[in-house]
Design a protein around this ligand. Structure first.
Ligand code: TYD
Length: 299
């Protein structure tokens, strides 16, 4: 049986209640305020959710998973428990034209969003080092897939293309991202959950480096639109130039491989958004319109 509770990870009483009423063995913390542009506008919520929310989950999990709860220095935990923190390659900062992020690359976040994710990663690591909670941290490249909110590049461009609206490209559009299909990402997390060595970080990348312009042109072509829709706008402050992930650790140690090629994945996603127009219409409520106007129409 699957139960779904909607709540706020900062809500101590709720998280405590869920741990007290269910036999929770695994926490996979996907929760995050995740949009860089929003973190530039208003960073406090990012610290509250991404950092304090993670600390709240860790604290309650520690209390419920400890074998001797009365012993504050005990480092023995129930069999099979694990805390997985879903992080991002953005904690490593930006790359030049060559090279890629490995798990040993120093953390050098450049936006309030990535700084909040790096802080959460360090807390998770600290709970492993200090208290011995079994943890893993996964750091993925840019995800794409169904149900992605249209504040992100791919759904935003598909949506605007379908409506023949302008396609806003920050700066020269030559920034590079490494795209990972969400199902390949989830397969990686499942493997880390079952086989990852406690305390370890695993990078997960799609090995699909594309400039933003290349990607947007691909979407335009699939949808039979015109490149005249592209509009270069003011660049994002502190815009990271290039991300690229070295996934050799998870591939060689845990046997993970991405299944999707980028061309297959992007074609499927364009089709998905075409056939889920109702979902898109529903999700872009007044709040989205306000965000869109603040981001793009006042520039
Ligand atoms: P985004 O999807 O916001 O992910 P991230 O910032 O986590 O990489 O953006 C991906 C890239 O696309 C990034 O270089 C910023 C750029 N971008 C645009 O050029 N225009 C847009 O409207 C958006 C949302 C992003």
């Amino acid at each position: 049986m699957t139960l779904l509770y909607e709540g706020d990870i900062r809500d101590k009483e709720l998280v405590e209640h869920l741990f007290s009423t269910h036999d929770i063995e695994v926490v996979i913390n996907f929760t995050a305020e995740s949009h860089v542009d929003r973190s530039i506008e208003e960073s406090e919520l990012f610290l509250q959710t991404n950092v304090l929310g993670t600390q709240n989950l860790l604290e309650v999990a520690k209390k419920h998973w400890k074998l001797k709860p009365q012993d504050k220095y005990s480092r023995s935990f129930k069999e099979g428990v694990k805390f997985i923190q879903i992080s991002t390659d953005e904690v490593y900062g930006s790359l030049g034209e060559v090279g890629s992020f490995t798990e040993r690359t120093p953390l050098a976040p450049n936006s309030p969003y990535s700084a909040s994710k790096a802080s959460a990663d360090l807390l998770v690591r600290a709970y492993y080092e200090t208290f011995g909670i079994p943890i893993n941290i996964t750091r993925c490249s840019n995800n794409y897939g169904p149900y992605q909110f249209p504040e992100k590049l791919i759904p935003l461009m598909i949506h605007n293309c379908l409506l023949c609206k302008e396609l806003p490209i920050y700066g020269d559009g030559l920034q590079i991202r490494d795209w990972l299909h969400v199902e390949d990402h989830c397969r990686a997390i499942d493997i880390v959950l079952h086989n990852g060595m406690s305390g370890e970080v695993y990078n997960v990348g799609g090995n699909n480096e594309k400039t933003n312009l290349e990607l947007v042109r691909l979407i335009i072509n699939y949808l039979g639109q015109s490149e005249t829709l592209i509009k270069h706008i003011k660049d994002r402050p502190g815009h990271d130039r290039r991300y690229a992930i070295d996934s050799s650790k998870i591939m060689t140690q845990l046997g993970w491989r991405p299944h999707y090629t980028f061309e297959e994945g992007i074609r499927e996603i364009v089709e998905w958004y075409i056939t889920h127009k109702d979902w898109m219409d529903h999700i872009i409520s007044g709040e989205y319109d306000q965000h869109y106007e603040e981001m793009y129409l006042k520039i």
